[in-house]
Design a protein around this ligand. Structure first.
Ligand code: ATP
Ligand code: MG
Length: 498
């Protein structure tokens, strides 16, 4: 048996007396891609933050190449060749690729000035070695997100990284960029670098990972070669049972002959939305497919009054409605669960309760006081329904795990019970169990005679939920299909590629 290069043994960690990691063992071999999996709040990010010195464990050992390490701050991890690519990028957008890679450790000339040329030369060499087609001199802000990530990785590698941790690296990447990342990961492996890969996307894991460790409720429940595992076994270990709900499409009934609840006519906004028209009926789930940058998110942002509408009309329930800002949109019965929820959707230092109740304060307010009992009941209902992992509803939202934060944003807009619910990538970052729950909630919502607009890049999800699908391309709607007419995922993929 090959000796592991990294060994974490008996790692435990509590926050405020609550155990988040319970005697976790984790081993990593040289040059392997090791998936770290588990439900939202299982403890994946926390375990990795201990490895990178962001947190310290209460008990446990970390050994690297048979040497005991003491990692008490991020620099200790870096010195030992352990780097993490965070979801929130740490690059400075206005600086060039080369400047970012050597930020704060720039090569100097003999006279002590920053040696820009040397910086560019070394970056060029590094990028060539990795076969990444980016210009060291281009400002990072001019690159696609995928290349931001590669710049981050190149930066990590320029510091002699042996272990690279990626926490949900593909959630903001297009399909193409994801492919580029995967090729890149293969190259890193060939160089003998070990990768710890966190993702909720099962297909990715099986494609690129060698082994997998699954955590549940702060404990390790399994470590195994991926080739020895089936999807069912993995799901079983992640959720501790079998999936209650399925991904199968069910034909739904609603009246398509009535006046649509929402009619969008020739909507134009900025350069990304060019004359978009569509309608949604009561009880209908309208899916929107398209590549990233096809104008899907921009169109719903304009519809919700975030971006200015340059041209076009919006009709709600047969009445022409003017939407100049989000207040107008909310008044007209719309709600938008945005794509970058962590930025747009939550006040991180407010409690779970306050975030959830934010849009409906007027409904739970009694005179000048918030009716606390009613508010608590509403929030606790959502915590149960969406299986939000939190100590209580008064916990600061920023301390919840990534996926659980996403669920709060969803709860917040569901609590407001809008007539028209717009969801932009609602299940990114949520675990497989919660995903099927959320899908069921969306169906129930539409069953009440309300309308849903669903943007999703996950075709199985789109196909499972939608009654009708429209496809965006270049800021326009280029095709429309009844769900019944769509034979396969490939057929939809074909329409999306245009
Ligand atoms: N600083 C903190 N203070 C209090 N609780 C915390 C803190 N950091 C993490 N937690 C708790 O630890 C648990 C594990 O969180 P962690 O972020 O490790 O989960 P995760 O497995 O990465 O989940 P996800 O898939 O949602 O990202 C959660 O219940 C979270 O609320
Ligand atoms: Mg996490």
């Amino acid at each position: 048996m090959e000796k592991p290069m990294l060994k974490m043994t008996g790692i435990s960690k509590s926050f405020n007396g609550i155990k988040v990691l319970d005697r976790v063992d984790f081993e990593l071999r040289k040059g392997e891609v090791h998936a770290l999996m588990g439900g939202n709040g299982a403890g994946k990010s926390t375990l990795m933050k201990i490895l990178t010195g962001v947190y310290q464990c209460d008990v446990g050992n970390i050994e690297l190449e048979e040497k005991l390490l003491s990692i008490s701050e991020p620099n200790d991890a870096k010195k030992n060749g352990i780097s993490m690519i965070f979801q929130e990028f740490s690059l400075v957008p206005t600086l060039t690729v080369a400047q970012n890679i050597f930020l704060n450790r720039e090569p100097r000339t003999k006279r002590g000035f920053i040696d820009d040329q040397e910086c560019v030369r070394r970056t060029k060499k590094l990028l060539e070695e990795l076969n990444v087609p980016i210009d060291p001199n281009s400002p990072v802000e001019q690159l696609g997100v995928g290349y931001w990530q590669m710049t981050e990785i190149a930066k990590a590698l320029s510091q002699d990284t042996k272990i690279l941790i990626m926490d949900e690296p593909t959630s903001s990447l297009t399909k193409n960029e994801t492919e580029i990342l995967f090729e890149f990961i293969q190259k890193l492996k060939d160089k003998g670098i070990s990768i710890i890969y966190i993702s909720h996307r099962m297909d990715e894991i099986f494609r690129i990972c060698d082994r997998m460790t699954i955590m549940r409720d702060g404990k390790r429940v399994l470590t195994e070669e991926c080739t020895q595992l089936t999807m069912d076994v993995v799901i079983q270990h992640i959720i501790g049972g079998s999936l209650g709900k399925s991904f199968d499409w069910k034909e739904r009934v609603y009246d398509r002959n009535r006046e649509p609840l929402l009619r969008v006519k020739n909507l134009t906004s900025g350069s990304r939305v060019n004359g978009v028209s569509f309608e949604v009926h009561r009880g209908e789930i309208l899916g929107i497919a398209g590549l990233m940058g096809s104008g899907r998110s921009e169109a719903v942002r304009a519809l919700f009054g975030i971006d200015p509408i340059d041209e076009g009309e919006i009709w709600v329930d047969g009445k022409k409605t003017k939407i100049s800002n989000s207040q107008d949109a909310i008044k007209a019965g719309l709600a938008l669960v945005p794509e970058d929820r962590r930025v747009q959707g939550l006040v991180l230092d407010h409690s779970v309760k306050n975030n959830t109740l934010l849009p409906i304060l007027s409904k739970v307010k009694k005179g000048w006081f918030i009716d606390d009992k009613k508010g608590d009941e509403i929030v606790e209902g959502f915590v149960r329904k969406l299986n939000i992992k939190t100590d209580d509803i008064f916990k600061q939202s920023g301390l919840l795990s990534g996926g659980n934060q996403q669920k709060i944003v969803l709860a917040k807009w569901l609590a407001n019970s809008p007539d028209i619910l717009i969801l932009d990538e609602p299940t990114i970052g949520v675990d497989i169990g919660a995903k099927t729950e959320i899908m069921e909630i969306i169906r129930e919502f539409a069953d009440q005679g309300k309308a849903v607009i669903l943007i999703s890049s996950e075709l199985p999800e789109l196909l499972a939920l939608s009654d009708r699908i429209i496809v965006f391309h270049g800021g326009k709607v280029t095709s429309e299909m009844n769900r019944k007419e769509i034979r396969s995922e490939e057929a939809l993929q074909h329409a999306i590629q245009g």
